[in-house]
Design a protein around this ligand. Structure first.
Ligand SMILES: Cc1ncc(COP(=O)(O)O)c(C=O)c1O
Length: 420
């Protein structure tokens, strides 16, 4: 049988046992991949009832399970991964998309309308930053950024600035933020949303991008987020071999995302859903090892004379507001963080070109360690002044520490830092 949340099982177990019941597929221990674009109705009445259920939420007669219609609306492998993601995110429901950007842009399009403002933390993943600041402005949506997601006064002032431009529809919190890995306080964003609701009569949705930590290190919905978005491409997929994005939350917030997804056609395909379902089984184990390796590397880098600074949750100062948020909100530091070398672009490039084990590539969360130079890659489209204001300069590196032996990773870093 497929186990459901609430049965007293731990997240580790739910990551393996939710979403698929072998009894539905001839006892196959692992699910088939349902490669079918369309689904046959057993009767005309069943077809009508299934459509009424999908489009209007009408209950099926006699409590029957609705059928599938067409793979763009949903398909069996999508249902499986959505059930598993919802379980580990402590959510009522989830929607899974073709990529993290597909998920994020659908959330924004479904919840913002012309004239609205949107509040977002900076720095921010470059794609979402571009979407908010370059694309959305054409539709009369006003993005307002804030740079300290832990400071109540800063957040409140940013919310006032947003409200002056239009009704605040969404507060978008990426924590840790890409690429520097700075922290934001999810509960604070939820409090600000409640204050704004009193002023404008509509509650802005608090949307948290949980990509850097994932469901085993941070549960945004437990801290007051309305929606939790995760680029499944990263740690959840875990092998740098797929693209996917998931959104979890209350069923009433997920349903409109699925309707919009149907029209945009940006759902996750059966094979990728199958890969993701398998990847979730090892996610708790991988998360643990990623974190262990990252802590070793971060400590080693911090002590290196050619490294100017390391931004890693584990180093947040005792007694600081950031540390308090970390202790309340996260159960580990994650394995993607940033550091600055002593030097500029030329020194950075010399260092990067000498690495042998670390692969120089964008992305994160795979079994292999990756490194990139955000200023000239992931955040290339963000103008220099805006980038530098949030700490992304020519000396900044972002690393995603993989599952290799940490001694080998240290040896590689050591020989490459010699090039500076
Ligand atoms: C924090 C964060 N959010 C969203 C995305 C977008 O995910 P995807 O590449 O799957 O579209 C990324 C990609 O790097 C990311 O780092």
């Amino acid at each position: 049988m497929s186990h459901t949340p609430g049965a007293g099982l731990s997240l580790d177990t739910l990551a393996i046992s939710t979403g698929y019941d072998p009894a539905t597929a001839s006892g196959a221990a692992k699910p088939p991949i349902y490669l079918s674009s369309t689904f046959v109705y057993p009767s005309a009445q069943f077809a009508k009832d299934t459509h009424a259920n999908f489009f209007e939420g009408a209950p099926m007669p006699r409590g029957e399970k609705p059928g599938y219609i067409y793979a763009r609306l949903s398909h069996p492998n999508l249902d499986m991964i959505e059930a598993r993601l919802a379980a580990v995110d402590h959510a009522e429901a989830s929607a899974v998309f073709a990529s993290g950007m597909a998920a994020m842009t659908t959330v924004l399009m479904a919840n913002l309308k012309p004239g609205d403002s949107v509040l977002y933390g900076r720095p921010l993943y470059g794609g979402v930053d571009w979407f908010l600041n370059s694309h959305f402005s054409q539709f009369g949506i006003h993005p307002v950024g804030y740079t300290d997601g832990v400071d109540e006064a800063v957040m409140r002032a940013a919310a006032e600035e947003a409200l002056a431009k239009g009704p605040l529809g969404v507060i978008h919190v990426e924590t840790p933020a890409n690429p520097t890995a700075v922290i934001s306080d999810i509960a604070l964003a939820a409090r600000i949303a409640s204050e704004v609701e009193k002023k404008q009569g509509r509650r802005p949705l608090v949307v948290v991008d949980n990509t850097f930590l994932g469901p085993f290190l941070q549960s945004p919905l437990k801290h007051g987020a309305d929606l939790c978005m995760t680029a499944l491409t990263k740690y959840c997929g875990g092998h740098s071999d797929l693209l996917g994005g998931g959104v979890s939350g209350r069923a009433e917030l997920i349903a409109p995302l699925k309707t919009l997804r149907t029209m945009l056609g940006n759902h996750c395909d059966p094979y990728t859903c199958w890969l993701l379902l398998r990847s979730f089984e090892t996610l708790p184990l991988r998360t643990e090892r990623h974190c262990k390796n990252a802590e070793i590397l971060a400590k080693w880098l911090k002590a290196h004379p050619k490294v100017a600074s390391v931004t890693f949750f584990g180093f947040l100062a005792e007694g600081s507001p950031e540390r308090a948020v970390y202790e309340r909100q996260c159960s580990g530091s994650g394995a993607t963080f940033s550091f600055k070398i002593k030097g500029g672009e030329a020194e950075s490039f010399r260092f990067l070109d000498r690495l042998k084990l670390f692969k120089y590539a964008v992305s994160l969360g795979g079994a292999e360690s990756l490194i990139c130079h955000p200023a000239t890659t992931t955040h290339y489209q963000i103008e220099r002044a805006r980038r530098e204001a949030v700490g992304i300069d020519d000396s900044t590196m972002r690393v995603s520490i993989g599952l290799e032996h940490p001694d080998d990773l240290i040896a590689d870093m050591a020989q490459a830092l010699e090039a500076i």
